[in-house]
Ligand binder design. Structure first.
Ligand code: AMP
Length: 396
């Protein structure tokens, strides 16, 4: 059974075609600049060089058509015809309170996702366009929606409610939802397997540290708290997002700088975080180079970032009354040993004890704790696409 996994952004579309018999990724790629001049696909068939196909993609329907052509082309294809795609799994960012698990996409489901658009105005419309494009091009192929928020629907009321007038929850469902759920679920389950334990017996904190970053408390396999909130702006300092801050700052900036709410929103989402403090870059690789050259601001930025991650791990250790493992994933979590080491340096009181030699690793599964450490510190590379493909296969 071949599953096509799609992750649609406003002007991009990431895809993977996965053979579920052996979970082999047959091909993957990215359509860029959809609806903008210069659109193209980067297509990588398994084991072969990436090729770039220039093409006119005025909308996502054209992009899906290009993807299918690339996948089935004689030259660099991996299937003969579209008929070899048995199902499509869509990443959907916000499922609100409607979706606590993945679901087969029907007209009713599409309607419910449309209703969640208020909660994710930047993301859900693009996901819906991708669903609509597939519906038109492959009307008989079943589709499954896998929601970033679903894994966190197990959070109890006391963690998801904001301390605002209750009526806003009643009227608008204004609450913490959390994101990166597909990654947190995959990584926590994989970590339990890797440690040879039953996930039901484990208290795990997953640190998904990428350009977007969030921490999740997973107790017995269930998310009981997470750092992102109504939107992905809350929580850690991220590449360009501010994370937690005093909400009074919004009024302060409006008064002092004469900014509108929209302008402040852009600053908090696009110009803050690692980029905002370092005044250099949102990418930690640039920060690492600058730190080596003695740039103190880059070092401070890294300190702020790591301190906040550690603070959340400490908070979640309290939430679960202890932890068994702290697990790192995503671009930074998988590749930056310095970040892992600095975060863990705050957590020795919990029983975290890092083997610095073992921590010198990138992009592989590894327990980098010292022998006998009470709390295991582990790297598990995330694989959201595989998780979406598995959910899709399970449901169809
Ligand atoms: P993500 O959003 O998961 O792609 O993660 C992006 C962040 O991870 C950026 O800050 C990158 O600097 C960092 N990152 C991604 N890949 C690597 C790598 N191979 N080595 C070091 N840092 C990386």
């Amino acid at each position: 059974m071949n599953i096509l996994v799609l992750n649609c952004g406003s002007s991009s579309l990431k895809y993977q075609l996965i053979n579920m018999e052996n979970e082999e990724v047959l091909a993957k790629g990215l359509c860029e600049r959809i609806g903008i001049d210069g659109s193209r696909i980067k297509h990588t068939p398994n084991g072969k060089e990436t090729i770039i196909i220039e093409g006119d993609m005025p909308d996502h329907k054209n992009a899906v058509q290009y993807v299918i052509e690339a996948l089935s082309s004689e030259e660099h294809g991996v299937i003969k015809t579209m008929d070899e795609i048995n199902a499509v799994g869509h990443r959907v960012v916000h499922g609100g309170e409607e979706f606590a698990c993945s679901t087969i996409i029907t007209d009713e489901v599409i309607e419910a996702v449309v209703k969640c658009t208020d909660l994710a105005p930047l993301h859900n419309p693009a996901n819906l366009i991708g669903i609509d494009a597939c519906k038109q091009i492959m009307p008989n192929v079943p589709m499954v929606g896998v929601f970033d928020t679903a894994f966190h629907q197990t959070m109890p009321e006391k963690t998801y409610l904001y301390a605002l007038p209750y009526d806003y929850y009643r009227k608008y469902k204004l609450r913490r939802y959390g994101f990166h759920g597909t990654s947190h679920k995959y990584v926590s389950h994989r970590a339990a397997e890797f440690l040879g334990k039953d996930i039901k017996d484990l208290k795990i904190v997953v640190c998904h540290l990428g350009n977007g970053a969030s921490v999740c408390a997973v107790d017995g396999g269930k998310s009981i708290d997470t750092s992102m909130g109504l939107t992905p702006l809350e929580g850690l300092a991220m590449g360009t997002r501010c994370g937690d801050m005093d909400p009074a700052i919004i009024q302060f900036l409006a008064d002092k700088e004469g900014l509108s709410i929209d302008e402040i929103n852009t600053i908090l989402n696009k110009k803050s975080g690692v980029l905002g403090i370092s005044e250099l870059s949102s990418d930690f690789r640039d920060l690492e180079d600058a730190i080596e050259e003695g740039n103190k601001k880059a070092e401070l930025t890294m300190n702020v970032f790591c301190y906040r991650v550690a603070k959340y791990v400490g908070a979640y250790a309290a939430a679960m009354n202890g932890i068994d493992a702290v697990v790192f994933t995503a671009g930074l979590g998988e590749n930056n040993g310095d970040v892992r080491s600095e975060v863990c340096s705050y957590l020795t009181f919990l029983g975290v004890d890092v083997d610095e030699e073992a921590n010198k690793c990138r992009g592989i599964e590894r327990d980098f704790s010292k022998e006998g450490a009470r709390v295991r510190s582990v790297v598990i590379p995330t694989d959201e696409e595989m998780m979406i493909a598995r959910e899709t296969a399970r449901l169809i």
